[in-house]
Design a protein around this ligand. Structure first.
Ligand SMILES: NC(=O)c1ccc[n+]([C@@H]2O[C@H](COP(=O)([O-])OP(=O)(O)OC[C@H]3O[C@@H](n4cnc5c(N)ncnc54)[C@H](OP(=O)(O)O)[C@@H]3O)[C@@H](O)[C@H]2O)c1
Length: 328
């Protein structure tokens, strides 16, 4: 592809990037390397990274447990969520000028855990007008996953009853707020320590999955949004009303079970979408959606963030902060 883009400011020739050099654990497979500044292709702009959120998929990718990433993709830079400033524009990215504060879900490949990342204009949104850069980084992947799961795939509508499994996590907290915003009745499963926070975000009913069987408590459900998979997904068929839907970010649901229960079911992979992200950022700016970062890590201490992901149950977003970030 033809390289595009005009250098707007003097950039260093190399940058730091947290890379998977092989598939494995945090100690043996993750390293900070010096790599060339990305070249720009197509409609890409260069973003100077100020903050980069971590997601469970980053750990799965490092460990070689993410099916879409194979041995021949190694080595690659990790990180799918970025907030920062455009430092190099492109004629094919009209309207995205150097100096603009942006956030984006960059998908697998470009790598946001670095000093700079090339981002397609189609994935970009303006960062929230108010709020800090860590908050901006915490939005894209998790919020787009929630939005696409509830609305693009789940077709959730006002007045419907949605059961959100795993609501205490990064995706779930956005899902609860989007469901409330659209006028749906959100019932959530999560550990008890998170119930007050989830009710404050808009959950109408909370179920402590460690103590209670959700099947006994939900009544008929229009949409199951499954962020847990496995046995939790398998037990969810019985709570769906006829014509309902199960949407999962994890396991491919059984079409045999779906047909037997008179429902539809799908698994999906979230995709970058700048227009959708812009809409979500507008909800954040209006105060309709809150973004909470639970832990921040220095860029040099990414190992600790990955170890936190390994321990699980983070109850919200983890964000790596680069030295250039604005004060939190
Ligand atoms: N397909 C895609 O494109 C896509 C996109 C984004 C995420 N994902 C996947 O979707 C899942 C959720 O993502 P995330 O970022 O929200 O993860 P996360 O932040 O780790 O949240 C998962 C939450 O589920 C809760 N949980 C664990 N077991 C549970 C159970 N049996 N019942 C109810 N809640 C339970 C955990 O805390 P507590 O148990 O303490 O409440 C945790 O807060 C991850 O596996 C991720 O890899 C897929």
């Amino acid at each position: 592809m033809e390289q595009v883009g005009q250098l707007e400011q003097a950039l260093p020739e190399t940058m730091r990037a947290w890379r998977a050099t092989r598939f494995g654990g945090v100690d043996d497979a993750l390293s900070c390397e010096s790599t060339p500044i990305p070249l720009l292709y197509g409609d890409e702009v260069l973003v100077e990274v100020q903050a980069a959120a971590l997601n469970p998929v980053d750990l799965k990718t490092l460990q070689g447990r993410y099916p879409a990433v194979a041995q021949h993709d190694l080595p690659f830079t990790l990180g799918r969520d970025v907030a920062g400033v455009i430092v190099q524009g492109s004629q094919r990215a009209a309207g995205w000028e150097p100096g603009t504060r942006v956030c984006a879900f960059v998908g697998q490949g470009p790598g946001a855990l670095a000093d700079y990342v090339a981002v397609s204009a189609s994935a970009l949104a303006n960062a929230p007008r108010a709020g800090t850069v860590d908050m901006a980084a915490a939005i894209p992947l998790a919020a787009l996953t929630a939005w696409q799961g509830l609305f693009d795939y789940g077709k959730l509508e006002r007045g419907e009853r949605v059961l959100i499994h795993g609501a205490s996590g990064g995706v779930g907290r956005f899902a609860v707020q989007f469901a409330r915003h659209c006028g749906a009745h959100a019932i959530v499963t999560a550990s008890a320590s998170t119930h007050d926070a989830l009710r404050a975000l808009g959950a109408a009913e909370t179920i402590d999955y460690r103590q209670e069987d959700f099947e006994d408590k939900t009544g008929e459900i229009d949409l199951v949004f499954d962020l847990v998979g496995g046995a939790v997904q398998a037990r969810s068929w019985n709570v769906l009303k006829h014509g309902g839907m199960l949407v999962s970010t994890l396991d491919e649901p059984s079409q045999t079970e779906a047909a037997a229960h008179g429902v539809s079911a799908t698994r999906y992979t979230a995709r970058p979408d700048g227009a959708q992200l812009e809409h979500i950022v507008a909800l954040v700016d209006q105060g309709a959606v809150k973004v909470e970062v639970v832990e921040r890590y220095d860029f040099g201490a990414i190992h600790e963030a990955f170890e936190r992901l390994e321990r699980g149950h983070p109850h919200g977003k983890l964000v790596a902060m680069l030295e250039r970030h604005e004060p939190v």
